[in-house]
Structures are given as structure tokens and as C-alpha cells.
Ligand binder design. Structure first.
Ligand code: CP
Length: 358
């Protein structure tokens, strides 16, 4: 049985397969309208969402199945102290597949280790958002026709923007992709992604604070919201929240076939008068997200039927304070033994991927 916790859980060939199925679903939706008859998705959202939760539910309904779940942890037994592990075991008795969003990094992985059904990471803290990446990839494919030889600019909150982290991982497997990181110093991409993903794969990249300087060379501009909910200091958030605003004036210097992506929700970082520009693709991205989630649900349910045993990840036990990430699920989940995975770059927390020193 497979889950999707990180975009790298799927090979490039598997992502191609998801895209092919998605394109067929767009062409011939009726072929898929009964594929999941009798199946249920449980959407367990411990953090707010509009697109991800509703698109998972719409996806399952369009496949002939149904949806159960909660959209607020306050309406679940989490408030009584139930762990993520127990929640996953319980929901496995009610549904065929889980989509989980959680503010703590690694929570969907903990769920997958305890559930007897596939688990999809629908966003964990500032860590990863692999199904947003599937939406992004289908949009790039449909608009640009390729992933190779693109210059992709990421602009705004690159520190906490989990869609940015997952998309950079995904793009690292294609050839000729150049990355431009546009952010204030305070919101720069985490070092581990620069070093262990971009530099490790030999991707050309540079960092700049100037969107104006970078925009002329971009094929894809990925705008992001400054993630106020992840700041410890509200004053810092108010100082940084409007650091970049994309408007028609700025777009005058962009290529005529550049595409503008944004995972949404947007606040003020793209003015509404950009929406009518043919380069604005962020609402197409929303539609593509639903289609890729349909394709994903179908793949994971099929694989679960063929092989119902969950794959184990090799890990090493750690002392309780070895992970220093305060947002990691290992800090709050009762009974969870801290563990590490060995990577080429050393030990990493098995749940949130932060580096383990010593
Ligand atoms: N892009 C995205 O994850 O949106 P939601 O937070 O509304 O799900």
C-alpha cells in the first residue's frame, strides 16, 4: 500500500502517469464517473483550507464515491487529547483513503504509519504540500508543454511556503531548470533545500530581493502569500506582508508567454487587475488541482487493492530532544519515538526532515 507524504514518494514516470490520466479525465470525464463507486475519502483538516479540502471531496464525488471528515480540529476528538496515530487508526475503520492537513510537520507521515488505508499529505505546517505540486505540474505541462529548460522564479515567502518547497523538489528531477529565488532575507528559502536539493542536483540558481530585476528572464513566476499564521512575531509579519505586489506595471517587463502561478489564497501580492492578463494561470491551477487529485485517488486506491501491506521506511531511534524543530509532530504526539533517516547529507528527523546535529 502506498501513501503520498512527499512529492519524491513518486517517480518521474509515476507523475507522468498521473498527468496522462488527468489529461484523459479532462477529455472524457464520463469514463471515470463510476470508478470509485462505494469508496469514501476522509478529509481530516486540522488547519483551514478552501481549495485542498473541497477539491479532494469534489474529486471523490466526481469519481462516484463520497466524502466524510472535519474541517476544524475543534470539531474532532483532538480537543480531548486524541493522538494523530489513534485518529488514523479509527478513521481507517470508516473510509478507504485519508487526506490530512495538519499544522505540525510530519503529522501525515505519523498517520500513514498507523492507518490501514492510504494517507495523502494535504499540507503539513511549513514543510510540504505534494498535491499542490501535482496541481502546479499539470498547469505547467498544459501551459508550457514541458518541464525541461524552464526558468522558474519563486517570489515572496520562501521560508514557510510549503508549496514552494515541494515544487522545487519536483523540478530538481528535470533537466535545464533554472531557479530564481526572490524574497527578503527574513523569508529566504531554508538552507537545507538550497543545499540538499538545488545545489545537490546542480540546478543553476540565484537569490535576489528584486522582482523587477528577475522578471524579464522568467518562464514561470510562482507568487506566494506571506504566511502570517507561521510567524512567532506579529510585528515582523506586518513589516513583511506586502514585500512584493505583482501588478500590470511590473508585468510590462515580463515575457509575453510567461505564466503566473500562485497556490492561493492570495491576499495583496497579486492585484485583481492582473487576473484578466492571459498569463495569469492561478485559477486554472485550481481546476488542475481537482483533476490531479482525482488521478491520485484512483492510483492510490488501485495500488491499495493490489498490495494492502504498507511499506516501511528504514529509521534509527533518537533521543527525545534530538529534533530541534518546535513545529515537528515529534514534539507533541504522545508515544511517538523520535527517529531519524540517514541521507547523503547526514541524519534528518524522520518526520519533519530537519537536520539532526551530532
Ligand atoms: N493552495 C491551498 O492549499 O489552498 P487551501 O489552503 O485553500 O487549501
Amino acid at each position: 500500500m502506498r501513501s503520498l507524504i512527499d512529492i519524491l514518494d513518486f517517480s518521474v514516470e509515476e507523475i507522468d502517469g498521473l498527468i496522462n490520466t488527468a489529461c484523459d479525465m479532462i477529455e472524457s470525464p464520463e469514463k471515470y464517473s463510476d470508478c470509485c463507486r462505494g469508496k469514501k475519502i476522509a478529509t481530516l483538516f486540522f488547519e483551514p483550507s478552501t481549495r485542498t479540502r473541497l477539491s479532494f471531496e469534489a474529486a471523490m464525488i466526481e469519481l462516484g464515491g463520497s466524502a466524510i471528515g472535519f474541517s476544524d480540529a475543534k470539531n474532532s476528538s483532538t480537543v480531548k487529547g486524541e493522538t494523530v496515530a489513534d485518529t488514523a487508526r479509527v478513521v481507517s475503520c470508516y473510509a478507504d483513503i485519508i487526506a490530512m492537513r495538519h499544522p505540525q510537520e510530519g503529522a501525515p507521515l505519523v498517520a500513514s504509519l498507523n492507518a490501514s488505508i492510504p494517507v495523502i499529505n494535504a499540507g503539513d505546517g511549513g514543510h510540504a504540500h505534494p498535491t499542490q505540486t501535482l496541481a502546479d505540474l499539470l498547469t505547467i505541462y498544459r501551459e508550457k508543454g514541458r518541464f525541461d529548460n524552464l526558468t522558474v522564479g519563486f517570489c515572496g515567502d520562501l521560508k514557510y511556503g510549503r508549496p514552494v518547497h515541494s515544487l522545487i523538489h519536483a523540478l530538481s528531477r528535470y533537466t535545464g531548470v533554472k531557479i530564481v529565488l526572490i524574497s527578503p532575507d527574513e523569508l529566504a528559502l531554508p538552507e537545507y533545500i538550497k543545499r540538499d536539493v538545488i545545489e545537490k542536483h546542480g540546478m543553476p540558481y540565484y537569490e535576489t530581493t528584486s522582482l523587477d530585476e528577475a522578471i524579464p528572464e522568467l518562464d514561470v513566476l510562482y507568487m506566494t502569500r506571506v504566511q502570517g499564521e507561521r510567524f512567532d512575531d506579529p510585528e515582523e509579519y506586518f513589516r513583511l506582508k506586502d514585500c512584493y505586489v505583482l501588478d500590470p506595471e511590473k508585468l510590462k517587463n515580463a515575457k509575453s508567454d510567461m505564466i503566473i502561478l500562485h497556490p492561493l489564497p492570495r491576499v495583496d501580492e497579486i492585484t485583481v487587475d492582473v487576473d484578466s492578463d492571459p498569463r495569469a494561470c492561478y485559477f486554472k491551477q485550481v481546476f488542475n488541482g481537482k483533476i490531479m487529485r482525482k488521478s491520485l485517488i484512483l492510483k492510490l486506491l488501485k495500488e491499495a487493492e493490489e498490495n494492502p501491506v504498507a511499506a516501511k521506511r528504514p529509521t534509527r531511534m533518537l533521543s527525545s530532544n534530538a529534533c530541534t524543530n518546535s513545529r515537528c509532530i515529534c514534539k507533541t504526539e504522545r508515544g511517538l519515538i523520535p527517529q531519524a533517516v540517514e541521507t547523503d547529507e547526514g541524519l534528518r528527523c524522520a518526520f519533519c526532515e530537519s537536520r539532526i546535529d551530532g
